[in-house]
Ligand binder design. Structure first.
Ligand code: GLA
Length: 511
């Protein structure tokens, strides 16, 4: 009996069969144990002289003591919180180890700090306000999001950024008085609207938790939602973001159409080159996310123009009902058709948009559960980790059920996304609706996703020949965090409609 059939039988017996069309939310991720475990990225880039902020992500029973063994001069670690602060002057690689101790024991894991010009050595992990709060975002919402990232435990799995999307600046001519502010002060510096009365105190609040924070604007005169954007004030606005203390910038093409051309590559690159040159001069690391929906094959040059990630398609959730279709079209097919795995890597990542789980805006005034089925949600998170996409959740972080949290916090799946080698995966076979994707990982193993895009449950086979591996492989189910066995030649499994089975395979030496 499949897991779905089993669940239906249980529901009938317990008399809770209200809607058989509703797919059950089955939690596969085991709950973290009380023993200390260190999670998240194993490598982190910082520029010389920039303020350093990193909080050691670890699960386990509190209280916990945090240490950084072999910590480089210039940095210090708060033993009670795991926050590492300070700054590094010397360029180079610093090999440290994190040590985390509680009453049950200690965990130690290597952590490499690379002081140089490259940021985002692994895909960014965090939360963004757009798909749940869209035009209604406020200071309070952002503070609550930071609180929730800590209280939900997401911070313990490596999530780091709390990012404001559109709608924090003034909106000329708005009928809403909270948005009506002088767009800029007398020195030309941009003002936030009344929903954000004190940006510096907001970023201080977020940083005090060891988290980082992001902001959004457009190279044009207006953002997509019609708020004031940077055009003609590029230097001033970046100076403002530095003064406020932001760590991430999403730069959304939008109204740049009004003043810029997009006929040639230099046209498309111009606003991004301009902003990244300004960012490089700042004494603060601000990660740059290019948002221009894939125009001009941005993946081929996003890194060259200074982007640490680039959106590869239009808005995944532009139509609420269309999210499922967009997931397969933009997530799977745009990626495969354009061989996007050739372009992502440490310092610059393909960005197929946010994780659309939990409660989202339906663009009709309501916040409602994602239209993705539970299996589609497993599919989204699995694919994102296989292709090394940023793990940025954009549902309501203050209202996650155990299922949503379990999708976001499976450390073995996160380890695939955050693999330090940073080689994005790709599709190795497609037979009708059945697809197999693989990603090579630093330790010589492979992560493999067996997907079923069809309407009914089916059997999917991953052939070693397609995966370009041989011999016996130790196969482990990543969602369940359970070994499956030592297999040769192929792995065959049942996969639910629109679902996935995700495994990791280690070659068994001498076999
Ligand atoms: C565009 C972007 C979205 C979001 C909105 C905000 O549509 O692609 O991600 O930032 O603008 O208006």
């Amino acid at each position: 009996m499949s897991k779905k059939q089993f669940f239906l039988v249980i529901m009938v017996f317990t008399g809770t069969l209200t809607s058989i069309s509703q797919e059950p939310k089955i939690i596969l991720t085991p709950k973290p144990g009380p023993e200390p475990r260190i999670n998240g990225t194993k490598i982190f880039g910082v520029r010389p002289g920039s303020p350093f902020l990193f909080i050691i992500p670890a699960t386990g029973k509190r209280p916990m003591k945090y240490e950084v063994l072999n910590i480089p001069a210039g940095l210090r670690c708060d033993p009670a919180t795991g926050q590492i602060t300070g700054s590094l002057n010397g360029r180079g690689e610093y090999l440290t180890s994190f040590k985390v101790t509680n009453e049950l024991g200690s965990a130690i894991r290597e952590f490499k700090i690379v002081c140089g010009d490259k940021l985002a050595l692994t895909p960014n992990m965090g939360w963004n306000s757009w798909y749940v709060w869209e035009n209604n975002v406020t200071d309070k919402i952002i503070r609550n999001a930071a609180d929730a990232m800590v209280s939900s435990g997401m911070i313990d799995h490596g999530y780091m950024y709390i990012n404001i999307d559109d709608c924090w600046s003034g909106k000329t001519g708005s009928s809403d008085s909270t948005l009506l502010v002088e767009p800029r002060d007398k020195n030309g510096m941009i003002n936030s609207n009344r929903r954000f009365p004190d940006m510096k105190s907001l970023t201080d609040y977020i940083h005090s938790k060891g988290l980082k924070t992001g902001i959004y604007t457009s190279p044009g005169p207006f953002t997509c939602a019609g708020h004031v954007a940077v055009y003609g004030h590029e230097e001033q606005d970046i100076a403002r973001f530095v003064e406020w203390g932001y760590d991430f910038l999403k730069y959304d093409w939008c109204s740049y159409d009004i003043i810029g051309r997009k006929d040639t590559l230099p046209d498309l690159q111009k606003p991004y080159l301009l902003v990244s040159e300004i960012l490089k001069k700042q004494k603060r690391d601000i990660v740059l996310n290019l948002c221009q929906y894939g125009m001009g094959d941005v993946w081929k040059w996003g890194k060259e123009v200074g982007g640490q990630s680039w959106r590869t398609a239009g808005d995944l959730g532009g139509s609420f009902e269309g999210i499922g279709t967009a997931l397969f079209r933009d997530g799977f097919d745009v990626y495969s058709k354009n061989s996007l795995h050739l372009y992502g890597g440490p310092g610059g990542w393909n960005d197929p948009d946010y994780l659309l789980l939990g409660y989202l805006s339906n663009w009709n005034g309501k916040t409602v559960p994602t239209p993705l089925t539970p299996d589609e949600q497993y599919t989204q998170v699995s694919l994102w980790s296989l292709v090394a996409a940023p793990f940025i959740f954009s549902g309501d972080i203050t209202r996650m059920d155990d299922f949503t949290l379990s999708l976001l916090t499976n450390d073995e799946v996160i380890d695939v996304d955050q693999d330090p080698m940073g080689k994005p995966g790709y599709r190795v076979s497609k037979v009708g609706d059945m697809e197999v994707w693989k990603r090579k990982l630093e330790d010589g193993s492979h992560a493999v996703g067996l997907f079923n895009r069809g309407k009914t449950e089916t059997t999917v086979t991953a052939l070693w020949a397609d995966l370009d591996i041989s011999g016996y492989q130790k196969v482990r189910d990543l969602w369940r965090q359970k070994d499956i066995g030592n297999l040769k030649d192929k792995f065959i499994t049942r996969v639910p409609s629109h679902g996935v089975v995700m495994v990791r395979m280690w070659p068994l030496k001498g076999k």
